[in-house]
Structures are given as C-alpha cells and as structure tokens.
Write a new protein. Structure first.
Length: 396
C-alpha cells in the first residue's frame, strides 16, 4: 500500500495489528506506518503473508485496500453508492451553526463538531472522542489526543490543515477505560471503522460508536509554515491565531492582521498520502462536515446514517444547533460536487475501480483568446457542416 502511493497514513493498520509489529512515523514529511521487525524488512511479516504467517488483519482494516468503498457502503447503507452520488450516500443536507455563542466563536466555521461532541458526551452516547490536539510547545503541530470534557473539546477546536492520525489515540483511550468513542477525522480515517466492521478485522473497531468526518481535499506537510508562510510572507506560525480555506488560504494573526495566500502556491507542500485519495466528502461517517460555501459562520453538514440523523434531529429539537437547508448556499452545493469529483479523478486506474465509477471526464479548457496584435484569419464554413447548411462569416 505504501509503495503504490495508496496509503493515506490513517493508522488503521497500526491500531488493529494484534501482534504489535506496525509502528507509525508521526512526524514532518512522513505520517506513514512501518514494519517494526527491521531484521525481516518491510516486505516480510512473519505474522502475515511473509515467512510462514497467515494474519491479514492489517489489510482487512485498511480503508484503501481492495474493494474498500463498496465494503464500507454495504455495511453502513446496505447499498453501493449510485454513479452520480459523487459525495457518497446521504440522508439530509444542512447548513448548521452552534447556538452557544462561545462554542460558535471557538469552533471552526459554525462550530458544529465541537457542539456535537459536547452534546454526545452530555447525552451519554460516548465516553470520549479521538481528535486532533496540539503539542504543548507548538500550537500548530497536531497530535492525536483523547478528549472527555467540554473544556478539553473546546481546547482542541479549529482546523490546522496538516495531518494528524487521530486513531493513534485509541491506546490512550483504552488505558483510561473509555469504551464508547467518537472518532473525528478526514475521510481516510472515518472509512476505517466501517471497513473493519465489514471485514471483521478484530475487536479494535468496537469502541467506535460515532464517526464525524471532515471534508478534506488535501492536507499539507508541516514544512509549509516555515518554507512558504514565513519565508515568503513573514508570517510566523507562533503568531497565527486561526486559519481557514475558502478558495484561498486564510490566516489571522495575533496583531489583528488578516492574510490571504493563493492555494496554487500551497500545492508544492501537498502531503504525499493525499495525492491519490478519492474521498473529499468523508463518505463513510455518520455525519460529515466542512466549511465550504460563501459564509464562514455556517458549516455544511451531510447526514449519512440513521444514527447521524437521530443525533442531528435531537440537537435541532433541543436548540443545540441552528440549521437551514444547504440549498440556500448554492456555492456550497456546487463545491461539494465539484471537489468530490476532483478528488475521485486522482484515484489510480489500476486500483479497485469503484471510487472512480460515474466520475465525469474533465472539461476541455477553452482555447486561449488570440493576442490583440495577432491577425485572425476569417473562417468560412462549407456544406460539410453537420447540419448540412452552407454559411459564411457574418459581416463585422
């Protein structure tokens, strides 16, 4: 999986390995699993298909191995997505916002993820959640953490756009005795529990009771902070307060200044594990969310499962969140489909074909207009036109 470029670094294989022989490099420029038994080499696991092995847990847990999309679809929805369902199977589409202003202000966009985790915890759906936190000495260096209280949830709110393999916090959750967990992560991570459930990849997936997926077209290597933001624009990450992506990379600083950076400049720092990922819309979560559209104050919310629908409806009913139809933001709807298509187009042709089914071919770019100082030869249509008519250029 790693050699083919399909590995996203989600860490599902690491947390499910019953023999504890898969490690993980959670550091800049890597974010990939590796074989701990160095003396055998990466291709020879004595427990698996190597020297006399027979364990297949890692491949069964992998949300990019084999027919992973169909497996997760069938387990969650009882059917495979239709070819035109570019953003996956869903039941409801909303624009949502936390009604608690403190949660709203401290969260990303509408603050839905924070509001939902707090609600799930207070209503005894979960004991804790696996999320992305930050290192004590670096507010933008992400690390997998377990959060239990309202204060812990709000302390980890916001987006960072670098990668964090949140399932790696599972061992800590076990040590603390948490048996009912929510997982918050990008599509590569939230596809792993239903893939494990369908393929019966051990008992590791049982604690995952609720999946919150984050819309994601890519993440960036940590080096983008020093090599682009600071080197070119003088923006030091220790002075950054908040960031978002709305057609451009938005950065707010401690001094109150606001900056926009063209996303094309950021492409060179795209993380390797994202380059073939086909899942923008986190298609196998209970609820998928993201801040696409025209307004930073609302979160596009895709309700996918019966459980997700029940939770959202209860949150609406008790006033925890405010909602309006997603169709009220045509730009959000357009981007959801467009970015889902763009992500599916990068899925390799030699991999399982399911993620690319129904994906329309790219539109041909219109030819560049001629330069003003270049004469344009008149074109005369002939009787060979497809409509059988003869015509000449119209008079100027």
């Amino acid at each position: 999986m790693i050699d083919t470029g399909l590995c996203t670094g989600c860490s599902a294989c690491v947390v499910t390995c019953p023999h504890d022989v898969i490690g993980y490099e959670h550091e800049e420029g890597k974010y990939v699993p590796f074989h701990l038994e160095d003396e055998l080499g990466p291709a020879d696991c004595v427990h698996g298909f190597g020297s006399g092995g027979g364990c297949t847990t890692c491949t069964r847990a992998c949300p990019r191995f084999g027919a992973w999309e169909n497996a997760a679809d069938l387990h969650l929805f009882g059917r495979i997505r239709e070819p035109d369902e570019m953003a996956g199977v869903w039941r409801q589409l909303y624009l949502t916002r936390a009604s608690d202003e403190f949660v709203h202000r401290n969260g990303q966009d509408g603050g839905l993820v924070s509001a939902m985790l707090i609600w799930l915890r207070e209503h005894d759906y979960i004991d804790a959640a696996l999320v992305s936190g930050v290192e004590d000495d670096d507010r933008w260096k992400a690390k997998p953490v377990v959060v239990e209280s309202r204060e812990e949830i709000l302390a980890t709110a916001g987006s960072r756009y670098t990668y964090c393999a949140n399932p790696l916090a599972l061992p800590e959750a076990r040590e603390r005795g948490f048996e009912r967990l929510a997982l918050v992560g990008m599509g590569c991570q939230t596809s792993s529990p239903p893939t494990m459930w369908d393929r019966k990849a051990g008992k590791v997936s049982k604690p995952f009771l609720f999946n919150i997926g984050l819309l994601c077209s890519k993440t960036f290597d940590d080096a983008i902070f020093t090599e682009l933001f600071e080197a070119k624009y003088g923006l030091k990450k220790q002075d950054m307060v908040k960031m978002n992506i709305k057609g451009v990379f938005q950065i707010w600083m401690n001094d109150g200044s606001y900056h926009e950076i063209d996303l094309k400049e950021c492409h060179a720092w795209t993380r390797q594990g994202c380059k073939h990922c086909p899942d923008f819309a986190a298609e196998h979560a209970d609820v998928s969310t993201g801040g696409i559209g025209v307004d930073n104050d609302w979160t596009l919310t895709i309700v996918r499962t019966e459980l997700g629908e029940a939770v959202i409806e209860r949150m609406i009913a008790d006033g925890t969140i405010v909602t309006k139809p997603a169709q009220e933001d045509p730009e959000a709807m357009r981007l959801l489909r467009l970015l889902s298509i763009v992500s599916r187009r990068r899925w390799p042709q030699d991999a399982d074909p399911a993620p690319a089914i129904g994906v329309p071919p790219p539109k041909k770019k219109a030819p560049a207009p001629p330069k003003v100082d270049e004469p344009v030869a008149p074109t005369v249509e002939t009787a060979d036109n497809s409509n059988g008519e003869s015509s000449a250029p119209a008079a100027g």
